[in-house]
Design a protein around this ligand. Structure first.
Ligand code: SF4
Length: 365
């Protein structure tokens, strides 16, 4: 039996039952592919279910507000994926009248769709023979073929793509692609691959040469960028409501179009007190009615190439204060999409978030 036939037989017997494997709808396949990038299935599955329930068609997604889409995405990370999904849904409605494009090139031209996603949609939804090469496929193929060059090199990726092109099953390209990824995810795993039970063991060069541990080779990672965010968490009372200041993040940086607090970025996290805000907001915050409640212990957040350290400086005023930021009633916070560390801070420090007044601001330190 040849390689692709053997792989497809394994896949038919072993595949996991996932909702996007029950459909040929390109919209649903696109949503699942974008959600599952850099995401474990158990983490991404509930997001997929919520997403397609909220917006079952591309036209419905196009009608949504970007903030709603980001809110539903909250906690999943890599927020540019959500922004691109939304922008692309609008593009599909404008350019194609809401019908998903059905050629590889037209799919590849959509915003946020790279070679991998275009091949996945083209093969699964439209039965077109374009192979996918993700991290699972790279690992599986470099081991099977004993490729020792770094998988970060474009030449290595090209080599794997050529292998996949040669092997793809032209009758069932979608199943073949999913089988390649599934095999890498479940048998030829990063750590402790199941070589003992592997159906390709007798053909596997890495296994024969005892190089399973060292393949795939990777280039050295770039150093982490350390960043220190000093957040101003300022609340005030006005007409029987408690407000908090939020900052909408814009520009080319992490968490674009999500909300956090007024922020000063510093070169270290060592600053105590609230010097970060003294110059800019001292006047607004130095009032008889405003109390400085202290600073939280620094919390850290690890992103792909960045390590953030966050400190939250807490103020509360019993009268209205003016700062050039968005003042939002505490019981309306749930409307806003937040990055995970900010959401965590709000949930821990404002016990009634989401959806109610903070009766005792001293608890929110
Ligand atoms: S024998 Fe081991 S390393 Fe080789 S393909 Fe199978 S699981 Fe992967």
């Amino acid at each position: 039996m040849n390689f692709s036939r053997q792989l497809l037989c394994w896949y038919l017997k072993s595949k996991r039952d996932l909702p996007w494997r029950q459909t040929k709808d390109p919209y649903l396949i696109w949503i699942s592919e974008i959600i599952m990038q850099q995401t474990r299935i158990d983490q991404g599955l509930p997001y997929y279910q919520k997403f397609v329930l909220a917006w079952p068609t591309v036209a419905r997604l196009a009608e949504a507000d970007e903030q709603e889409v980001l809110k539903l995405w909250q906690g999943l990370g890599y927020y540019s994926r959500a922004r691109n999904l939304h922008a692309t849904a609008r593009m599909i409605v404008e350019l194609y009248g809401g019908t998903f494009p059905d050629t590889y090139l037209s799919i590849r031209n959509l915003k946020g769709v790279g070679d991998y996603t275009a091949a996945a949609i083209a093969s699964i939804a439209f039965n077109l023979p374009y192979p996918v090469v993700d991290g699972n496929v790279l690992r599986f193929m470099t081991r099977l073929y004993g490729i020792v060059e770094s998988v970060d090199l474009p030449s290595t990726k090209r080599k794997i793509l050529d292998i996949a092109v040669d092997n793809i099953d032209h009758r069932y390209p979608g199943d073949f692609n999913q089988a390649m990824m599934e095999f890498g995810a479940r048998v030829c795993t990063p750590a402790n691959p199941d070589c003992v039970h592997c159906i390709f063991r007798t053909n596997c060069l890495a296994f024969a040469l005892r190089q399973v541990e060292s393949i795939p080779a990777r280039a050295t990672k770039p150093p982490l960028r350390h960043r220190y965010f000093h957040y101003l968490v300022a609340t005030f009372e006005h007409e029987n409501r408690v407000y908090i200041f939020l900052n909408k993040r814009t520009g080319k940086d992490i968490w674009k179009n999500l909300y956090d607090f007024p922020q000063a970025e510093k070169t270290s996290g060592a600053e105590k007190g609230w010097p970060a805000y003294e110059r800019e907001f001292g006047k607004a915050l130095h009032t008889d009615q405003t109390e400085y409640l202290g600073v939280s212990e620094p919390s850290t957040c690890l992103l792909t190439h960045q390590k953030l350290q966050m400190m939250f400086y807490r103020f509360h005023s019993t009268e209205k204060i003016d700062l050039p930021f968005l003042a939002v009633p505490l019981n309306e916070l749930w409307h806003y999409p937040f990055p995970r560390p900010v959401e965590k801070y709000l949930s821990e420090k404002f016990p009634l978030f989401p959806g109610a007044h903070c009766k005792n601001p001293n608890r929110a330190l």
